[in-house]
Design a protein around this ligand. Structure first.
Ligand SMILES: NC(=O)CC[C@H](N)C(=O)O
Length: 202
């Protein structure tokens, strides 16, 4: 049998335990990431949902920005859900002014609008038609962002209310919703398909 893929879940704040559980159910070896040293040997990293300004602040405190970019450059795949998608984006709209410029990985050529579904629809569950999947996927949106611009390298995988909510650029996957909070494993499986066989060490 092939070795289990080794995947990290950024475990600073937010829904990281649910991602961990789902990835383990799919056969991955999962490591919780809090410090740059925890990134060693990972083939992929999930950046969970939560609060992007809080996760961003903690990433600054723990010195994680450049090490995560370096992990990606070495060949690893990254999957951002909700707040995590905001952190992957090259450009973010709607960050509260008191936080100043929201720091981000700026790896994926998308512009994300935070809290884009408005107060009345803060949280809702729906079914999404996802490119490449036959049956619709249940999707939970919680103060979700939308992807309001995609660059030429970005493939749109799903829309909700005509807005892009799932997109892929090579080894980068961004979801506005929380696939770890519904029982369907297919979105995590999509992510595991993006993992390289191994990453380089430097
Ligand atoms: N569920 C979530 O991750 C919400 C994201 C949150 N609104 C943010 O901007 O960070």
């Amino acid at each position: 049998m092939a070795d289990a893929p080794v995947v990290g879940v950024l475990a600073l704040q937010g829904a990281f335990r649910e991602h961990r559980r789902r990835l383990e159910q799919l056969g991955a070896e999962v490591r919780e990431v809090r410090l740059p040293a925890d990134l060693a040997g990972l083939q992929g990293l999930v950046i969970p949902g939560g609060e992007s300004t809080t996760i961003g602040r903690l990433m600054t405190d723990y010195g994680l920005w450049e090490p995560v970019r370096a992990l990606y450059r070495r060949g690893a795949a990254l999957f951002g859900t909700c707040a995590g998608a905001i952190l992957l984006a090259r450009e973010v709209h709607g960050a509260p002014p008191q936080f100043g410029e929201q720091p981000g990985l700026e790896l994926m050529d998308i512009t994300v609008q935070r809290n884009a579904f408005g107060r009345q629809r803060e949280s809702f569950q729906t079914e999404l038609q996802v490119q490449g999947l036959e049956q619709p996927v249940p999707a939970m949106f919680i103060r979700a962002p939308v992807i309001e611009r995609v660059g030429p390298e970005v493939e749109v995988l799903a829309r909700q209310d005509e807005q892009v909510v799932l997109a892929r650029q090579g080894r980068l996957l961004a979801a506005s919703f929380h696939p770890e909070l519904t029982p369907d494993p297919r979105i995590h499986r999509l992510f595991l398909e993006l993992l390289p066989v191994a990453v380089t060490n430097s």
